[in-house]
Design a protein around this ligand. Structure first.
Ligand code: AGP
Length: 589
């Protein structure tokens, strides 16, 4: 949650504002409650910030007119204090000579604030972040140089943070990282620090991923990193060149990232499968661990949890002992050394998942992770790190990464059991054909669902995780209240809500014989039924019969339910890339 960017240049110019605004647009998916920047120029520090979306705040606050030799910027997903102008970052000290942007949560901010207020510091916001510039100010007042004061401030914090700080008159951006992502970009005559790589991808592809407990500063020419304990770290060997293309973080002619990313699914899946097969050593290590496990604990949140449920269904079909768990409920499971944990997270930064994994590790369980971000917190916590290669996903709603998760997990299962070897090779072309053939119908279905307030998504076996994902997606982007159930369970209560015209979606890719009865039960109550069926038609009011095996049908279902949600959102006049109250990466409890 929250996106942060820092840019430091040799020359004082407006270019700094141009780069920062571009970065803020790329980071907006991390939070869109408020936006702000602070520049340092020969005139001092200037802060411009307000509640609202990037385009609006940039225009109203005339951010492109700012000049300077460095700038920090922030897009906020509110945690402490509601979205407002005064809670927007950057926050400053009493004299406006220190400015800070922060992503994370400072747990001891109340104590720190009371202490600082007793020393005469004046606070203007309700945020936890504001203690940081005042701490720096306080330590500088006591005679420390700015870097020492920054380090002392960071050491006083309990909680999670990716922090950038700037000080009047200095051509340096101080940074610190714990439990929230922070990466350095190495440019020519300028350097960058940001929450993630897309923020500066137009400027450089040379990146250093920072580790927890590291802090330091960047100047236009230098990157200095040390540990919290003060040991200097040589990061030159950690420079990686990313292969993501700058075009992959623009809309490329599509009206929304969500639509573009659905269309990117076929390539994302192919890159993912080829990437995993090109690192056979890691894949084999993961397969060996799963084969030897007494129990596989599958842990994830949201969409990734649905991908995890899909893997769980596959494991069950071959008699493996698997336990799927929503990450935030990890404490209900007693793990032991004979367990293997499979942790799935697109971002690799979701706090619930990282905390679950840390806890399972203390019980001796081995951890395999599946993420889309190289060097993410989850990857670093795991014994075996598997990577998808879906490319950056900017839309808040997971789309191509969900399909890539399904494909990676199918590949893992195939390597474990020897099944689906030939079918996996067809996934890319199935996705291409599905999107081409069914986008029109998905749009019609989305327009129909846009008229409704509620919907059910029903499935059995492998269809159930997809039904759950369908319901989540339409809630997330179109704000249609939807619930998913195992189809057989629907008659034990949910059917009470069904009256003529109530929409019920059937994901008919497993146990079609049983779903025929469940469909008849819903029709008998006047439901308006929609079905995506592998082979056996249910006779729904609206039905797509894919003519594919059940296994391949699961892949075709994913873009269809995503397109239905996308078009329902657009029909209702919502921006599917920025669903209200949501952030792409959830790094709070
Ligand atoms: C998906 O559309 C959502 N944005 C959300 O449920 C997401 O899948 C969840 O927060 C987990 O994120 P992760 O995969 O990065 O861990």
């Amino acid at each position: 949650m929250c996106g942060i960017i820092g840019v430091v240049c040799q020359e004082e110019s407006r270019r700094i504002a141009e780069i920062t605004v571009n970065a803020l647009k790329r980071l907006e998916y991390r939070g869109y409650d408020s936006v702000g920047v602070a520049s340092v120029s020969s005139r001092g520090i200037e802060v411009r910030k307000a509640k609202g979306k990037v385009d609006d705040v940039v225009r109203i606050k005339r951010i492109p007119e700012l000049t300077g030799f460095l700038m920090i910027g922030h897009t906020r997903w509110a945690t402490h204090g509601p979205p407002s102008d005064k809670n927007a970052h950057p926050h400053t000290d009493c004299k406006g000579e220190v400015a800070v942007v922060h992503n994370g949560t400072i747990k001891n901010y109340r104590e720190l604030r009371e202490e600082l207020e007793s020393l005469g510091h004046k606070f203007v916001s309700e945020t936890d972040t504001e203690v940081i510039p005042h701490l720096i100010e306080e330590f500088m007042k006591r005679g420390m140089d700015s870097f020492s004061a920054f380090k002392a401030a960071i050491r006083a914090l309990h909680g999670s943070y990716a922090v950038l700080a700037i000080v009047k008159g200095e051509r340096k951006i101080y940074f610190a990282k714990k439990d929230n992502p922070l990466v350095i970009g190495l440019g020519n005559g300028m350097n960058f620090v940001a929450s993630d790589i897309p923020a500066f991808l137009d400027e450089t592809d040379r990146v250093i991923v920072l580790k927890d407990g590291e802090l330091g500063y960047v100047t236009p020419e230098e990157v200095h990193v040390e540990t919290l304990e003060g040991n200097v770290v040589d990061v030159t060997k950690r420079t990686i060149v990313v292969t993501w293309k700058s075009e992959s973080v623009t809309k490329g002619g599509y009206p929304h990232f969500m639509l573009k990313e659905i269309h990117e699914s076929p390539v994302a899946v192919e890159d993912t499968i080829n990437g995993m097969l090109s690192d056979m050593e890691t894949l084999t290590e993961a397969v060996k661990a799963l084969a030897e496990a007494r129990r596989v604990i599958v842990v994830a949140s949201g969409t990734s949890y649905h991908a995890g449920l899909y893997f769980h269904e596959l494991l069950l079909s071959e008699g493996y002992n698997s336990l799927p768990i929503i990450a935030s409920e990890y404490y209900t499971v007693k793990a032991n050394p004979s367990d293997v944990v499979l942790a799935i997270s697109q971002s690799g930064e979701t706090l619930d998942v990282v905390q679950a994994v840390k806890s399972f590790k203390t019980k001796g369980a081995k951890v395999i992770s599946l993420t889309n971000v190289i060097g993410s917190a989850l990857a670093r916590e795991s014994d075996v790190a598997l990577y998808m290669r879906a490319g950056p996903e900017i839309g808040v709603a997971a789309t191509k990464t969900f399909v890539s998760q399904l494909a990676s997990l199918a590949l893992l299962f195939s390597e474990l059991t020897g099944s689906f070897k030939e079918e996996i090779k067809k996934i890319r072309s199935i996705l291409e054909r599905t999107i081409e053939t069914y986008e029109g119908i998905s749009k019609e279905w989305g327009e129909e669902l846009a008229k409704k307030s509620n919907a059910y998504y029903l499935g059995r076996g492998l269809g159930l995780p997809l039904a759950m994902e369908g319901a989540l997606k339409i809630k997330e982007v179109a704000y249609v209240h939807a619930e998913a159930y195992p189809a057989g369970e629907s008659k034990h209560g949910p059917i009470a809500l069904v009256s003529p015209g109530f929409p019920v979606f059937f994901i008919n890719v497993d146990k079609s014989d049983l779903l025929l009865n469940n469909h008849a039960e819903m029709k008998a109550r006047g439901a308006e039924t929609f079905a995506i069926s592998s082979n056996v038609a249910l006779g729904a009011d609206h039905e797509i019969v894919l003519g594919l095996s059940d296994f391949l049908s699961t892949f075709a279902v994913a873009p269809i339910i995503q397109l239905v949600s996308y078009y329902a959102a657009v029909t209702r006049g919502y921006d599917p890339d920025k669903p209200r109250n949501l952030a792409k990466t959830v790094t709070v409890e």
